[in-house]
Design a protein around this ligand. Structure first.
Ligand code: GTP
Ligand code: MG
Length: 138
């Protein structure tokens, strides 16, 4: 079964909407394979977002994602990567359709509530940055 890493970013916890978001993935049919609350170190955040190292917003992105705890989870199910990206909506919440997670819960590109892996290769790499094999229940 396909797996993907989701992060309910610090703003999701501050807003108190994690339950509603997790509910959407469970209702859709995905299984939770792993879940934990964690405050990232800068090092872990930089590894997670390494592809954006040279972007002008990188420092701000790392500041935000390490600012307070987040919820990291692995969900499993058919087409988990593509389906969850559709459920999340566009990166910039202003462009995200109503009914998507960002379209319903966010307004700001930095505080855009959720992360989801964007390919099989990144899912595998990102899951390893958060969970050991033993922590995955499939
Ligand atoms: P993630 O699931 O978080 O990786 O989002 P994404 O895959 O939809 O977008 P992308 O990987 O391109 O960007 C990673 C994160 O950087 C986004 O979720 C945004 O929070 C942030 N980001 C992207 N573009 C900008 C920008 O122009 N300005 C700022 N401040 N943040 C940005
Ligand atoms: Mg991304």
């Amino acid at each position: 079964m396909e797996k993907t890493l989701l992060l309910l970013k610090p703003d999701a916890i501050v807003k108190g909407v994690c339950g509603q978001i997790i509910d959407r993935f469970e209702k859709r049919g995905f299984k939770i394979a792993a879940i934990k609350m964690v405050q990232l170190t800068r090092k872990q955040a930089e590894i997670h977002y390494y592809e954006h190292t040279d972007k002008p917003f990188f420092h701000e992105l790392v500041d935000f994602i390490t600012s307070s705890p987040l919820i990291a989870m692995v969900i499993a199910g058919e087409n988990a990567i593509k389906a969850s990206r559709f459920m999340m909506g566009s990166t910039n919440p202003i462009d995200a359709a109503a009914g998507t997670i960002r379209g319903d819960f966010a307004l700001n590109i930095r505080k855009n509530i959720i992360h989801g892996s964007d390919s099989l290769i990144s899912a595998e790499r990102e899951i390893k940055n958060f969970f050991t094999e033993k922590e995955l229940y499939l």
